[in-house]
Write a protein that binds this ligand. Structure first.
Ligand SMILES: Nc1ncnc2c1ncn2[C@@H]1O[C@H](COP(=O)(O)OP(=O)(O)OP(=O)(O)O)[C@@H](O)[C@H]1O
Length: 725
């Protein structure tokens, strides 16, 4: 019996939720898993992995390949394995207790999405129960007529009406089953969509700073795996309802025929139920213990087909290493699968033997009742049929309740994530920005990333004005990117203020502002901007996802970013998917992608444009053109914030802020900053210029600064750069 259906059936992501049929290393762990002992054992494995549990959980069974490639076990983040405790405590009592809650949750979601379909499913299920009961009554009636005294022809004629009823109930059951399938097929995707949409809408509204907190991120991530659980729960609930109604109908009919028949049914069905639960628990615990191993194998195999690893796979013989490791690790898995299969077979044997004994006793009792005249022959026949169908149903019931319970746990995660997302959501309203924002002024700003030991920004004050290029420079990790996130309204400072002001002094603090208005005023080209696996047109137009696509504007932005000719020359032009491997797919180079990213931020056409290392992948001519483009934007009234290490470009900025370990160490124009002989900026600039040998000979004319709207600043001619790379 499988606790979770295979990924191929569920379409679920391959993760800890569906690690595959891996087996537990030591079946004794399963045998004790009823109580808290095993719960501690299994959870301990993923947390502290105490030594005494290692043998039971397979902790010690790390292959050499795993050790070599991953330095030990490749573990899942704990957030994904939180349910191991509840699931390893699966018992019929637990499942039965959780059943009403599960059904309630499913019915509520179904009611909110499609009442008619839900009504159809419920009516069809109830109807099937009624037809099952009628069917049994009709069988009993047929048998009664057939076992009566008299000629066969008369008995058959007497049995005919009941046979007709039997046929009608069979047709009715088939029709109801088809109706139920149609209705639940209509309801399931709607329920999944409703839950998914609620989840994704909630998480995309969360403050970026909150997503930096690991405890928040974990809950949000964990919720992702429950979005399709509502659909699974619905399917399982329908199945459980169907089986339950069928069983209740059989039980009612049996009890009304003779009081001893119901206990008989239970005596036969219980060993099978026990076997099913035991197998489910064993399989689950097994998968749990070997999930890391499976993950390691999956990650290893993924490299073998990934295009970006193709060169090293071949040239460095990395493929040989990975394949060898795969075989070694797989052999371990296979050995454990054999062990699980043996354990499963033993359980099936014991359950079958117990059920056989119970059947023997029941059929003996039935024999005695029939022989002593305590039970009519026809009722005996009906009882045999009911017992056989009900034992099958009970086994199926246990399986489905197991799955239902698991789905419930994951759906609960999604609900928790939605609640947490709401707690950390960007406020939907706020004060309106001044009608013509002219600048963003940052005052004494400090920002510490959640979990960080020191602030990324400390007492930063600066101003970003429209019509100007403001450059942020500084060493790696000095806080430039963090500052752009604050300026974009993505991070609200913990200390200090960020004011959005107009020329007359009217201003609103970021903390109080309507963030939708702030975002509407900002265009962003991040260092690691997303590369959407979509068409070239979509990759530009998504820069203004809140506007209807305007291809003229898309092309204009592309022309400004120097990528129009390239896209136009593609076989499918703007309809090309800018990822290889798809139909109409093309592969862009790093620099071409950067141009496309620039086109996206230009298409947004926002008054404040924040660009972080926009030219890192561009060739010299393209880089010069890109910077010229930014300067011309400033001339047209935009505020451009430029983060770059290319100081030849920042030399033309209207204002340069030099960040050093989160503080503004220097500020001013290039000329002003270059007058400070010991200044950071001057040292950085001369170091970079020296790379080109431009400072080697005092008195040599400057040629460092690329074309820009202002004349190139002079390169210092006072000797060696202090920090020659
Ligand atoms: N998401 C984050 N969580 C925690 N710390 C972070 C995070 N992002 C950045 N930091 C830290 O904040 C500091 C400033 O990082 P930031 O990315 O702003 O620097 P930067 O000046 O843009 O660097 P670079 O020039 O390398 O892009 C660094 O010490 C960095 O480690």
């Amino acid at each position: 019996m499988s606790l979770r259906r295979p990924a191929s059936q569920t379409g679920r992501k391959t993760c800890v939720r569906n690690p595959g049929g891996v087996v537990e290393p030591d079946d004794t762990a399963t045998d004790h898993s009823e109580g808290s002992d095993v719960d501690n054992t299994t959870t301990g494995r993923h947390r502290d992995a105490p030594q005494d549990t290692k043998a039971a959980t397979g902790e010690g069974r790390i292959s050499d390949a795993e050790r070599e490639l991953y330095g030990g076990r490749l573990r899942y983040d704990q957030s994904y394995v939180r349910h191991e405790g509840p699931l390893t405590r699966l018992s019929f009592g637990h499942m039965a207790a959780a059943l009403p809650r599960m059904m309630g949750m499913v019915l509520r979601t179904g009611w909110e999405t499609d009442r008619r379909a839900l009504g159809g499913v419920v009516v069809a299920q109830l109807g099937q129960g009624v037809t099952a009961a009628w069917g049994l009554v009709a069988v009993n009636s047929v048998l009664t007529r057939l076992f009566a005294e008299g000629p066969t022809a008369d008995k058959l004629r007497d049995a005919l009406p009941s046979l007709v009823v039997l046929a009608v109930t069979a047709v009715g059951a088939a029709l109801l089953s088809a109706w139920s399938t149609a209705m639940s097929g209509r309801l399931e995707p709607q329920v999944e969509r409703a839950v998914s949409a609620r989840y994704y809408a909630a998480v995309t509204r969360v403050e970026v700073a909150a997503t930096e907190r690991p405890e928040v991120q974990r809950v949000l991530e964990a919720g992702r795996f429950g979005t399709d659980s509502a659909r699974g729960m619905l399917r399982q609930s329908v199945g459980v309802g169907n089986v339950l109604i069928g069983m209740v109908a059989a039980a009612v009919v049996l009890a009304s025929l003779h009081p001893v028949l119901l206990p008989m049914l239970l005596a036969i069905a219980l060993p099978k139920g026990w076997g099913a639960i035991r197998s489910a628990r064993r399989e689950y615990v097994s998968r749990l213990h070997w999930v890391d191993h499976r993950r390691a194998i999956a990650s290893l195999l993924a490299y073998l087909t990934r295009p970006h690893a193709a060169a090293e796979i071949r040239v460095h013989a990395a493929g040989t290493k990975l394949l060898g490791s795969y075989e070694e690790m797989s052999r371990q898995t296979e050995a454990e699968q054999r062990r699980l299969a043996r354990a499963q077979a033993s359980t099936d044997l014991v359950a079958g033997a117990l059920a056989g004994l119970a059947s023997l006793a029941c059929y003996g009792l039935l024999w005695w009742l029939l022989a002593s005249g305590g039970l009519p022959l026809a009722v005996g026949g009906t009882a045999v049929i009911a017992i056989r169908t009900s034992t099958t149903r009970l086994t199926s019931l246990v399986q489905q309740v197991n799955r239902l319970y698991e789905e419930l746990l994951f759906l609960t995660d999604t609900e928790t994530a939605i609640e947490l997302a709401a707690e950390h959501a960007i406020p939907p309203t706020g004060a309106a920005l001044p009608s013509a924002v002219d600048r963003v002024r940052v005052e004494d700003l400090s920002f510490t990333y959640p979990g960080a030991t020191s602030p990324a920004l400390k007492g930063v004050s600066l101003s970003v004005r429209r019509g100007e290029v403001t450059a942020l420079v500084g060493a790696n990790g000095s806080g430039k990117t963090t500052l752009t996130k604050v300026l974009a309204g993505l991070m609200v400072p913990t200390e200090g203020s960020v004011w959005w002001e107009d020329a007359k002094g009217a201003r609103v603090q970021l903390r109080d502002a309507d963030r939708a208005q702030v975002f509407a005023a900002v265009g962003l080209l991040a260092q690691d901007f997303p590369r959407w696996e979509m068409t070239a047109a979509a990759n530009v137009a998504i820069g203004a996802g809140d506007r209807v696509r305007n291809m003229d504007h898309v092309k204009k932005a592309a022309r400004a970013a120097d990528v129009l000719t390239l896209i136009d020359s593609l076989p499918h032009g703007w309809n090309s998917i800018v990822f290889k491997g798809y139909e109409r797919g093309v592969q862009l180079s790093g620099g071409q992608w950067q141009k496309l990213g620039t086109a996206r931020s230009l298409y947004r056409d926002a008054p404040f444009l924040l660009v972080d290392e926009p030219t890192s992948a561009l060739d010299p001519h393209a880089e010069i053109a890109a910077f010229e483009g930014l300067w011309s934007l400033a001339e047209r009234g935009h505020a451009v914030v430029l983060v770059t290490h290319r100081l030849a470009a920042t030399a033309n900025a209207d204002r340069i802020y030099v960040l050093d370990q989160g503080r503004v160490a220097e500020e001013g124009t290039h000329e002003a900053l270059m007058t400070d002989r010991d200044g950071i900026y001057r040292r950085m600039f001369t170091a970079q210029a020296a790379q080109y040998g431009l400072t080697a000979t005092p008195g040599t004319p400057s040629t460092t600064v690329p074309a820009a709207r202002r004349p190139s600043p002079p390169v210092p001619k006072d000797g060696q750069a202090p920090h020659r790379p």
